[in-house]
Ligand binder design. Structure first.
Ligand SMILES: [Zn+2]
Length: 60
């Protein structure tokens, strides 16, 4: 399910408030923080971004 148009533009990382980049792949829908020192990847469940630091995947 694609994200609603325009939704990505109003979303920001809850940890550092940087914009998010849609890095969704066929296997893994997720939004990745563009903050240079953050880079947390947030999951998207049923088309709804889960912008919780506790749910985010830490960068390797
Ligand atoms: Zn961030």
């Amino acid at each position: 399910m694609p994200l609603e148009a325009g939704l990505l533009e109003i979303l920001a990382c809850p940890a550092c408030h940087a914009p998010l980049d849609d890095r969704t792949t066929a296997e893994t829908p997720e939004l990745v923080c563009t903050g240079a020192d953050c880079r947390l990847a947030y999951p998207v469940r049923d088309g709804i971004p889960v912008l919780l630091v506790d749910e985010a995947r830490r960068p390797a």
